[in-house]
Ligand binder design. Structure first.
Ligand code: FES
Ligand code: MG
Length: 591
């Protein structure tokens, strides 16, 4: 025992086995023993592995982790570790008002305090629903103790009347049918519920599947982890293997800082384009990168990712859902195809202890309908464009969801391909939009661009998924399902709308969107990557001079703290002061 201790003293032993401070050691020991751990265990040369539990009755997307826990703990035990599960502040995308995005940074803060302040040597991060994944990765990156991500997996595929019913995608489609009068309220609800047939997170390539694919592409979860559907037996085996592996990682001292490198983030960006991933990935990965101390800029999404083809045929950019994605090989099959085409940094280190390129050996698509080869993709140039202009410094547009109809109608005018000029109609948040969208006096027609503002990190607060605004019912009945939409908020990762979103800086802090008025002409140029209000400079300057910041009404203390400290979506929507803290595991807290 003494020999082993000479080789490696774990951080947890500063709590449980510190003869220099017998008083505190006794306090730590007696209280952890009272739940059945023995002194022998706690003082042995065995690492304590925290398991960050994000699932609960309030967080159904991650609830599968409650049932996976015995497999995770078995893996940890079998590898010689001591598991200690602890709760994470719930972040349920479809439960938390005003938006789950507000809670990402709160869960992050909580995780940092737990990992830093308790006797933990390594951690299993349970992930799933949209913001749980970035929150866990951000916290692990800040603290920098060995960490591995285990997601809960998507739900089984949903079905409605013999057709696939995907999370979110069926809602956007049904909302239009409801507006047309083709279905009633009860059918609308039934269709939505059909898309959620089991435990798990969204079964489309929405933000949850995207962020878990990102965790795997970054090298933070075991190969093949992210796409396994929640109820499958392979999900339980993956939980066991993840538990085993984190113990080895602690012995190897393999930390997030060894894995979360610039090369890893470039891989994630490439994978995001190839899978038609969510527009929420940029702010979340930006936040993870900043907490990891990696230099990443919102413009990197276009630089690194725009010319990557879409090779995954999954909703919302394609047809299939999570079960098909898994059977076609999941993320490693996508990455195997990308690696063959020379699109990945094969040397990036991963939680397996091996570089990504080695993990991907032998992986390729097992179903060419679902995962296509890079040289015969669903669509070329499927990444995000970064736009700028007098309305914002940056905003993103997901090009993989631009439908042929939208392109034809708005972007293919002879002689001005990729350019659209229209009249702005501006809404002050989603309530205003819902109240006025069908008001004929707004004159919304085919040349209208819908704007929404006041829905960014500070304005909403938290940044709301509302930019994918539906046209007025009358236009939908006339066959126009999408108008160009722009805003300083976000949109659901399951949306098939080619919105221009995440505009930064947001209106609430004096970004250009704040000065736009209904009736202004605006010009979108996808070749030059610009969107501008066609308002004379003097007039624009006068409006800026007249502008006063909106009064913000906080409903909770956290809303106020958040608003005072949060940055913009382009920079990850982080608590700015938190981004100064790196690798804090090295700085042991006082006894
Ligand atoms: Fe939780 Fe989609 S709402 S995963
Ligand atoms: Mg959402």
């Amino acid at each position: 025992m003494t020999d082993t201790r000479a080789r490696r003293r774990f951080r947890s032993q500063e709590w449980f086995d510190n003869p220099n401070n017998p008083g505190m050691t006794a306090l730590y020991l007696e209280r952890y023993q009272n739940q059945g751990y023995t002194r022998e265990e706690l003082q042995s040369e065995r690492p304590v592995i925290g398991i960050a539990q994000t699932g609960s009755d309030l967080a159904p997307c991650n609830k599968i982790h409650v049932f996976l826990m015995d497999r995770i703990k078995a893996g940890i035990r079998d590898a010689g570790g001591i598991p200690m599960e602890f709760p994470v502040h719930p972040i349920q995308e479809t439960g938390k008002r005003p938006t789950a995005a507000l809670d990402r940074n709160l869960a992050y803060l909580g995780l940092v305090e737990v990992l830093h302040g308790y006797p933990i040597d390594g951690v299993v991060l349970t992930t799933g629903c949209d913001k749980t994944t970035p929150a866990m990765l951000m916290g692990a990156a800040t603290v920098d103790l060995p960490a591995i991500a285990l997601n809960g997996g998507p739900m089984l595929d949903g079905w409605w009347n013999g057709r696939l019913a995907g999370s979110g995608t069926i809602i956007w489609e049904s909302r239009r049918l409801l507006a047309e009068g083709a279905i009633d309220y009860d059918e609308f609800i039934s269709r939505a519920c059909a898309s959620a047939p089991s435990l798990g997170h969204c079964n489309t390539m929405g933000t949850a599947s995207t962020m878990n694919a990102m965790a795997e592409a970054l090298g933070m979860s075991l190969t093949g982890c992210s796409a396994i559907p929640a109820p499958f037996r392979e999900r339980m085996s993956m939980a066991y293997k993840t538990g085993r592996r984190i113990v080895e990682m602690v012995h190897e001292d393999l930390k997030p800082s060894d894995i979360l490198t610039r090369e890893a983030f470039e891989n994630a960006i490439v994978v995001n384009s190839a899978i038609g991933g969510s527009t929420n990935a940029p702010p979340h990965l930006q936040a993870v990168a900043r907490h990891a101390g990696v230099d990443l800029h919102v413009s990197d999404w276009q630089k690194v990712g725009f010319d990557v083809p879409l090779i995954l045929n999954m909703q919302p950019a394609g047809e299939y859902l999570g079960e098909s994605f898994y059977r076609a090989g999941g993320v490693p099959a996508v990455m195997g195809e990308l690696m063959k085409a020379g699109r990945l940094n094969a040397g990036a280190m991963t939680v397996t202890g091996r570089p990504m390129g080695e993990n991907l050996q032998g992986w390729e698509s097992r179903d060419r309908d679902v995962i296509l080869p890079v040289d015969a993709p669903l669509r070329e140039n499927a990444g995000f464009l970064m736009l700028s202009g007098n309305l914002f410094d940056s905003a993103l547009m997901k090009t993989s969801v631009i439908s042929p109809d939208f392109r034809q109608r708005f972007l293919s005018k002879p002689g001005s391909e990729g350019i659209f000029e229209g009249r702005a109609v501006v809404f002050e948040g989603p309530e205003d939009y819902h109240e006025r969208i069908n008001d004929p006096s707004l004159g919304i027609g085919e040349d209208t661009v819908l704007f929404i503002r006041g829905v960014g990190c500070v304005g909403y607060p938290g940044s709301a998924e509302v930019v994918n605004m539906q046209p007025p019912d009358a236009l939908i009945r006339a066959g126009i399902n999408h108008l160009p939409t722009v805003g300083d908020g976000r949109q659901s990762g399951t949306s098939e709308s080619p919105s221009i979103l995440n505009a930064s800086p947001e209106a609430a802090v004096g970004g250009g969107l704040a000065f736009l008025q209904t009736g202004d002409r605006v010009r979108l140029d996808l070749n030059a990557c610009t969107l501008d209000a066609l308002v004379p400079d003097e007039e624009w300057a006068a409006r800026r001079a007249d502008w006063t910041a909106p009064e913000l009404r906080h409903q909770t203390p956290w809303q106020e703290i958040y608003r005072k400290n949060v940055g913009q979506l382009a920079d990850g929507g982080c608590l700015e002061l938190a981004t100064a803290y790196h690798r804090i595991v090295r700085d042991l807290p006082r006894d």
